[in-house]
Design a binder for this molecule. Sequence first.
Ligand code: AMO
Length: 432
Amino acid sequence: MRTHYSGEIKPELDGKEVTVAGWVHEIRDLGKLKFLVLRDREGFVQITAKKDTCDATVLKAIDSASRESVIEVRGRVQKNSRAPGSVEVIPENISILSLAQSPLPMDVTLKVDADIDTRLNNRFMDVRKPDVSAIFTIRSKVVRAARSYLDSNGFIEIHTPKIIASASEGGTNLFPISYFDKEAFLAQSPQLYKQMMMASGLDRVYETTFYFRAEEHDTRRHLNEVTAVDVELAFIKDEEEVLSVLEGLVLEMIKAAAACVKELGILKKEITVPEKAERLTYDEALEMLAAHGKKIAWGEDIDTEGEKLLGEVMKNERSTELYYIKDYPLKVRPFYTMPFSEKYSRSFDLEYKGVEVSSGAQRINDYGLLVDRMKALKLDPGNFSFYLDAFKYGMPPHGGFGLGIDRMMMQMLELPIREVVLFPRDRHRLTP
Ligand code: AMO
């Protein structure tokens, strides 16, 4: 059993017996002296074996350990100003716990850059690299910060089914699955279920969830399996209350990432925490884009290029990287979105550095209006009876949003989406 991680081996422990365990990062044999660099999740520690003072079994173990083998080393800490971190471990016993085959499928010493496909095919090895493991340490802190913010604001964490019978966002991007003798799909969103919970009395809920989306994208920012935080809250006056929960949540997540000083140092990244999110309306966004040469017809969605340009304009002219676009045309939003007038809706997207990270709205809570909106969008209310029932017997006003965790990570660290997901699912990738 290891007693210490590499990060704990400090010169102050001089003379103390320790056990460290991890992977053989590098071996250098200088004849009289053998150096073995051991790597674990916290970093590296140098194991130094002198030929004339070290036990023969220790020297033999070093000779037989291939790179990336898993070993456990018991030994004494020794201060040494010439060793990395001014400290080394003089081994008294080395056990080889698992011998690695060679050649290795990829290099983990950071000397050779492997392409992203090789890295993802060998993700278990890729994550051994400190810069890659740093991403997932930050991700864990960010998700924990999201949960903790929502918990402390009275939200209850729920889990809704991922095997569903009908579409929640419109029907085209569902993955069909066979479910005994019935047709079923992987859930593209917890939307209908989180809304139904608003009629249950648990009036503030959230879920850290998967979305499965059968979209044939091949971009830096789309995946077919997405992780997100979905939130829904009831007894709201309008969408502003939903926006303020989203703003608080996103700022906490960015703060949590910015606090990962060691990991950001390894990644050579800096994260600036915005003070708040700025606000724009959809119409203002269109005007700003038009003023910068990008024309979008009223009622069209703002495309990727438009979003990117808007990101640049907001940064240069308003010194902000985080902003909402509110009041979208009703016709580009899903059926459950609360209308604001004939043309507009009580909906919003949150943009971070020119990419949409969240979208949400106040929802329709009136049964009759909901059915009308379904019909207007050519959806058959008969397919949604399990959902519509929740609106018949007391449904409070409510709203919510879905916030992409992968998108947040990618924008905070300014990396492509595949880098921030352990085992990404895209059009070409189903294993590992
Ligand atoms: P929407 O479809 O906009 O809204 O999704 C919400 C957020 O999820 C993330 N996201 C994705 N990330 C990567 N790849 C994808 N293919 C992908 N699709 C979505 C984005 C996006 O902003 N039911 C509504 C939310 C609500 O109104 O509560 C919904 O799913 O960050």
